[in-house]
Design a protein around this ligand. Structure first.
Ligand code: TEU
Ligand code: CA
Length: 576
């Protein structure tokens, strides 16, 4: 309809600056590198890009620890480089989103330095400070038993001002105190309007449901008595004032007509999700729900799981939950995605790397899943060429993410260096670590995969498979994963009402090997049939397709047999 805003039918390409393209040979991707690849990005057929944090930061958490919202991380470039990217995007008709990280800052941010300097500081209340508790033996204890998301207590003792501050993430990421109105105004001005005035089109909003904390800061229930600290996300997600804060933020976004996609972990109820994205609420345009990417992960720690610890019914139930926002009865909107910078590669999780054939086939099958679901489609860099996890053989020293390293060291400590426990941990990390998404982008078959210059020491090791798996090779191959993605984006763009806005219906939720679903719009229907196993499976598509006029819009095998699917086969039919 003419009233559909641009972003609903859009495909947005996510860029991780450190790993995209290094223009000056220091081994770190940078903004001029991104600028130089805009033609490539445009050739994919996407509508917009989202660039992960490029702000000034000590990089404890790869830029999600911002030291200055109005400046750029030196190795990435300058504010002028961002301005050049904004202009170049707009020249090409691409929109651009930046990351907005405002649950916390870096401990190197001037605000925090001032806040911690003195209990009487004017910015003391901009962060969350609490006095110590003392146990029966007079030992100093943190205010409660919360564990931080990256491990250890969520409270850090400050020697200078003699209080604890809250950090839901790393010690170096103190949480901002959203109860303080002056702090909120400063965040809106510095982190948002500074960039909105430069013409960006919106933000991906980090951890958007954590700003409002229940002020009682009560202890978390003991989920696992084997651990000293407990993680109960319900105590800090979706807190009492969150929607008030987001409406305040919404007023600013409205002024610039800016789009937002909020990251919404730990929110399984559709009714709760809707509160964030309901059109009449004017809070967020859409959200990233975690249901799909959480399939097969531990509930407590990220890594408490073994490879392929998931079932297809679990995966399809989570797809169904995230599609519910677009079932035609709500005024909300959501997203479809299988990867981002916090997730292992989707082929390594849900596809197959057993042979080059199965790799390509399953990459295309997963692309058909992502691209045929409703909501705004997000593709993460490298997903379009089917990049995969680092191999199991790689040493722990190749992993750089603090989440992986903290967890490994934690197991080391509590297991007393037990080799069996450590090997299991390593296997889990090789399967699920965030590092896998952060390996350098594979552009061509020259040394360092064309990511950086020959001989440079890249900040993360380049995957060994780059001579075969790279953009250049796939660009010239009409049967490549890359060519397949381009074709899919074309058909999605040509049929937006059923692809991006259609109503999802799972046809057989309990089937353990094949995911067959339908999408409905007023006049069209999609039948999507995907085999998630490495065996041939029988299916009954004839009944679903009926005698009506049908077209195969995408497939990853030559034949088109209505009663079976080959290993990792996928097909998308349009029925009119
Ligand atoms: O992630 C927030 C989040 O809730 C998770 O995805 C989290 O990273 C994961 O559970 C840890 O294993 C966002 C960013 O996407 C992430 O990169 C940052 O580290 C985090 O916020 C802190 O800013
Ligand atoms: Ca560089």
């Amino acid at each position: 309809s003419p009233l559909t805003p641009w972003w609903k039918n859009a495909t947005i390409y996510q860029i991780y600056p450190a790993s995209y393209k290094d223009s000056n040979g220091d081994g770190i991707g940078d903004l001029p590198g991104i600028l130089g690849q805009l033609d490539y990005i445009q050739s994919l057929g996407v509508d917009a890009i989202w660039i992960c944090p490029m702000y000034k930061s000590p990089q404890i958490d790869m830029g999600y620890d911002v030291a200055d919202y109005e400046d750029v991380h030196g190795p990435y470039g300058t504010v002028a480089d961002v301005e050049a990217i904004i202009a170049a995007c707009h020249e090409r008709g691409l929109r651009i989103l930046l990351d907005l990280v405002i649950n916390h800052t870096s401990d190197q941010h001037a605000w925090f330095k001032e806040s911690r300097s003195d209990k009487a500081s004017a910015k003391r209340d901009w962060y969350i400070w609490r006095p110590a508790k003392y146990d029966a033996n007079g030992v100093r204890r943190p205010p409660n038993n919360w564990r931080s998301i990256f491990g250890g207590s969520a409270w850090e003792w400050d020697e200078v001002s003699e209080e604890y501050y809250l950090h839901l993430f790393a010690v170096e990421q103190p949480d901002l105190n959203w109860e303080n109105a002056e702090m909120r105004a400063a965040v809106f001005e510095s982190a948002m309007e500074f960039w909105l005035r430069k013409g960006i089109d919106g933000f991906r909003v980090d951890t958007v449901n954590m700003y409002s904390k229940d002020q009682s800061y009560r202890d978390a229930p003991i989920i696992d008595p084997n651990h000293e600290h407990q993680l109960d996300a319900s105590l800090f997600c979706n807190g009492p004032r969150i929607h008030e804060f987001l409406r305040e933020m919404g007023d600013i976004l409205l002024k610039y007509n800016a789009v937002t996609v909020g990251e919404l972990p730990s929110t399984p109820e559709v009714a709760d999700v809707l509160k964030y994205v309901s059109e009449k609420e004017q809070q967020l345009s859409m959200v990233f729900q975690f249901d799909i990417v959480d399939v097969g992960r531990g509930k407590d720690f990220t890594f408490q799981t073994t490879p392929r610890n998931w079932t297809l019914p679990e995966l399809r139930a989570s797809v169904k939950r995230t599609q519910a926002l677009m079932d035609g009865t709500t005024d909300g909107w959501s997203t479809t995605f299988l990867e981002n910078h916090d997730q292992a590669r989707s082929i390594s999780r849900w596809g197959s790397e057993e042979t080059p054939e199965l790799w390509a086939t399953s990459a295309k099958m997963l692309a058909m899943l992502a691209a045929s679901l409703s909501g705004t489609l997000y593709i993460y860099q490298g997903q379009e060429i089917g990049m995969v996890n680092a191999p199991l053989e790689w040493d722990m020293s190749e992993y750089k993410d603090l989440d992986s390293l903290n967890y490994y060291n934690y197991v080391k400590k509590i297991s007393g260096n037990d080799p069996v426990a450590l090997e299991a941990t390593k296997v889990a990390i090789a399967h699920l670590a965030r590092d896998h998404a952060r390996l350098p982008m594979q552009w061509d078959s020259t040394p360092n995969a064309g990511f950086s210059s020959e001989g440079a020491k890249t900040w993360m090791r380049v995957h060994d498979n780059y001579p075969e798996l790279n953009v250049e090779r796939q660009t010239s191959d009409p049967n490549s994963v890359l060519s397949f993605w381009k074709g899919l984006l074309r058909v999605r763009r040509a049929n937006p009402t059923v692809f991006a806005q259609g109503v999802f219906e799972d046809t057989d939720p309990s089937h353990g090997a094949c995911f067959v679903f339908e999408k409905h719009s007023d006049s069209e229907k999609l039948v999507v049939a995907l085999n998630f196993s490495s065996e041939k499976q029988s299916v009954d598509l004839a009944g679903r397709l009926g005698n009506a006029n049908r077209k195969v819009l995408a497939k990853n095998y030559e034949e088109d047999v209505l009663d079976s699917l080959q290993p990792y086969e996928g097909r998308i039919y349009l029925v009119e």
